[in-house]
Design a binder for this molecule. Structure first.
Ligand SMILES: Nc1ncnc2c1ncn2[C@@H]1O[C@H](COP(=O)(O)OP(=O)(O)O)[C@@H](O)[C@H]1O
Ligand SMILES: [Mg+2]
Length: 336
């Protein structure tokens, strides 16, 4: 399985009327890789998945799966399984019925189909739900049903469109770990879409950052986080986002540049070179986010420990980690 499911998108373009959903997208996914597409709403993430699944056709470009251009191959002939954001379960079928549906279409014999369906249900921890209808299950359970159904297709590619978006925080955390374990076990090429920071960082060998139909950067998550290719990526990945100061300002003058520093790379330090006033403090339990303002009006966000001992209205001094300053071209926004 490890050498199947390689995907290459070449110059993919798709417009809907005047909306350019995808603008000349090139993307390579290695066989067996799990890649995450991340970007703001409307950046083209779902469009990429729909094109790969064959639910839509590109205006231009090629979609090459295992060396074959599949643009003209109908969806049911493509070896991909898509899990939609809203799960798209059949409400009039039981959970078991939902799992069996695709196997019946493929004319798998009843006993064999049930055996496979029960095995998939076991693997995803939903074996005790098989007789229920989807509306008698919780969001997290529906999520697992949709994943089990995708498993049963035994595809060479999984396409997961924000599969965890409707789960509450603890379940999301647990399911994230399950998805990773499943991918490690199956080794099936997976493209996962999210707008969630933590998922972008943790789910996937590489992350591709999209903005308005274009891939801005692709690489291992930590590398993209540490060396964002432009100010868009710098501002998008990371929560709260990187501080970006045109001209360098309080971070040190730099004509023609924008200097950036992440909130965790600014330390409270009584001897620090930057003077600022705390405008707000968000105590998040494990950490505190300080929103500060410098005398020249620059706002800097600072990530500190749970009890920083400063309150809104108080003055602080900040020290940026000199090894963690980011430099971007003021004109193009590109990293320098
Ligand atoms: N079927 C469609 N008809 C018209 N516009 C569409 C259609 N599908 C997507 N779009 C538009 O294309 C852009 C990208 O959409 P989409 O890929 O769904 O974004 P994302 O999944 O990143 O939120 C958006 O501006 C969206 O409104
Ligand atoms: Mg979408």
């Amino acid at each position: 399985m490890g050498n199947r499911g390689a995907i290459r998108l070449e110059s993919l373009t798709r417009s809907y009327g005047r909306v350019v959903a995808l603008d000349d997208v090139d993307l390579e996914v290695r066989a067996g890789e799990m890649i995450t597409l991340v970007g703001p709403s409307g950046s083209g993430k779902s469009t990429i998945l729909r094109l790969i699944a064959g639910l839509d056709r590109p205006d231009q470009g090629r979609i090459v799966v295992d060396g074959q251009d599949v643009v003209r191959v109908p969806p049911h002939r493509r070896a991909v399984a898509m899990v939609f954001q809203d799960y798209a379960l059949y409400p009039h079928l039981t959970v078991l019925g939902n799992l069996l549906f695709g196997l019946r279409v493929r004319r798998v014999r009843r006993a064999e189909a049930e055996r496979r369906a029960r095995a998939a249900a076991d693997r995803l921890g939903i074996a005790d739900l098989l007789d229920r209808y989807p509306d008698q299950t919780s969001g997290g359970q529906r999520q697992r049903i949709a994943l089990a159904r995708a498993l049963l297709r035994e595809p060479t590619v999984y396409l997961l469109d924000e599969p965890l978006a409707s789960l509450d925080a603890p379940l999301r955390f647990a399911t994230r770990a399950d998805l990773l374990a499943l991918h490690r076990e199956l080794g099936t090429t997976t493209i996962h879409v999210t707008h969630d920071q933590a998922e972008a960082m943790t789910l996937g060998d590489r992350v591709a950052v999209l903005d308005r139909g274009r891939v801005r950067q692709i690489g291992p998550p930590q590398q993209v986080y540490d060396e964002p290719a432009d100010t868009f990526v710098a501002g998008f990945l990371g929560s709260p986002p990187m501080n970006l100061v045109p001209g360098g300002g309080v971070l040190g003058g730099a004509a023609g540049l924008i200097l950036g520093v992440r909130p965790e790379d600014l330390a409270l330090d009584t001897d620090g070179p930057i003077e600022a006033t705390v405008e707000a403090a968000e105590a998040l339990g494990s950490e505190t986010i300080l929103l500060t303002r410098c005398p020249d009006g620059t706002r800097l966000t600072v990530r500190t420990g749970p009890r920083p001992g400063v309150r809104p209205g108080e003055g602080v001094r900040l020290r940026p980690d000199p090894g963690r300053l980011h430099r971007f071209d003021a004109e193009t926004g590109r990293r320098r």
